[in-house]
Design a protein around this ligand. Structure first.
Ligand code: ASP
Length: 342
């Protein structure tokens, strides 16, 4: 149908514009593996059994987070990728088991460098592809997490204006950055601290403080420190998020400890990153933008399913292909697997 056709055409145009814009800004596009090891981004992993190593599994990336940080260590100065991400969460209108991010990372950035880049990207995108739409405020307002919670009781406030009838103008785009998030949140059920963004996020340092002093301060009361973390909000939707990263191995290890990881577990899960950092790592930071959600809003669609070719149902099924499906016993055997029905 014409409407869905137009969604796919504009999706293509948006992604092409992003590629051109970032290439012009000296970013290079690099593909990172899909078969990988779990990166903790707070969701459940999709796993793929290994045929060659019985009982071992790959995980599909929840995002290319660790890979892009390793690229920074290797000397890539500006990376981006139109990246497919996988999270085994309960699906909703604006979630799918697999979704597409614009993922980027740069070395020696300030928070302002990253936010300005994103602002300018959106400005060009709206001017060139959605000339009928209007960005409400440019540069985008920056609101602290605390202010957002106090004023709007939400960390993704909808800043659009309502007309006399209480309607929001479909062509108004109210962008904002929410900044200064807390570093940790208390996970009641698990009775432990969790990272608000992810464990690689940099705590805000106090001036003149050494890294050992920072670690001491954070350990004393993990609920207090703020993070160099920012979210991008559009019309009441979270459409992106990122942070400056920890580049000191000692600080990163301390964060893993606060998150409840034992030291053997830290080296098993994150040894590769800590080792890479020990060779010398530039300060770095980045952001992701949720492309499906952004395209949904720009196309005035109610669900990301309308802007994805072959989307899955709310319960994660592909009805046309009939996935997920069973596999035959030969395949199971090769993968060293037994299921309850096999
Ligand atoms: N990997 C993060 C995410 O998917 C984004 C980032 O911190 O750059 O939310």
């Amino acid at each position: 149908r014409q409407r869905l056709y137009q969604n796919l055409v504009n999706r293509h145009r948006i992604i092409k514009l992003i590629r051109d814009f970032l290439s012009d800004n000296n970013f290079i596009e690099i593909e990172t593996p899909i078969l990988t090891k779990s990166t903790p981004e707070g969701a459940r992993d999709y796993v793929v059994p290994s045929r060659l190593e019985a009982g071992k599994f790959y995980a599909l990336p929840q995002s290319p987070q660790q890979y892009k940080q390793l690229l920074m260590v290797s000397g890539i100065e500006r990376y981006f990728q139109i990246a497919r991400c996988f999270r085994d969460e309960d699906t909703r209108g604006d979630r799918q088991p697999e979704f597409t991010q614009l993922d980027l990372e740069m070395d020696f950035p300030t928070q302002n460098d990253i936010l300005q880049l994103i602002e300018n990207l959106f400005k060009e995108l709206i001017i060139k592809i959605y000339p009928d739409k209007r960005i409400k405020e440019f540069p985008f307002p920056r609101i602290s997490y605390q202010e957002a919670m106090e004023r709007y009781n939400s960390d993704r406030p909808d800043l659009r204006e309502e007309n006399d009838k209480g309607e929001k103008d479909p062509n108004e785009l109210a962008f904002a950055f929410v900044v200064d998030f807390p570093l940790f949140e208390w996970k009641k059920e698990e009775k432990r601290w969790g990272a608000v963004h992810h464990p690689f996020t940099r705590p805000k340092l106090e001036s003149g403080e050494t890294i050992s002093q920072t670690i001491e301060r954070i350990k004393k009361d993990p609920g207090i420190p703020l993070a160099d973390q920012y979210d991008c909000v559009l019309n009441g939707n979270e459409v992106g998020g990122g942070s400056l990263r920890i580049s000191e191995p000692k600080l990163l290890e301390a964060i893993f400890e606060i998150l409840g990881h034992q030291s053997e577990e830290i080296s098993a899960k994150f040894g590769h990153l800590l080792k890479a950092f020990s060779y010398g790592v530039p300060p770095h930071g980045g952001i992701e933008l949720g492309l499906d959600r952004i395209i949904m809003i720009l196309q005035n669609e109610p669900s990301i399913r309308e802007v994805i070719a072959f989307p899955k149902t709310g319960d994660g099924r592909d009805l046309m292909m009939e996935a997920p499906s069973t596999i035959d016993s030969k395949q199971l055997k090769e993968l060293h697997l037994k299921t309850f029905n096999s």
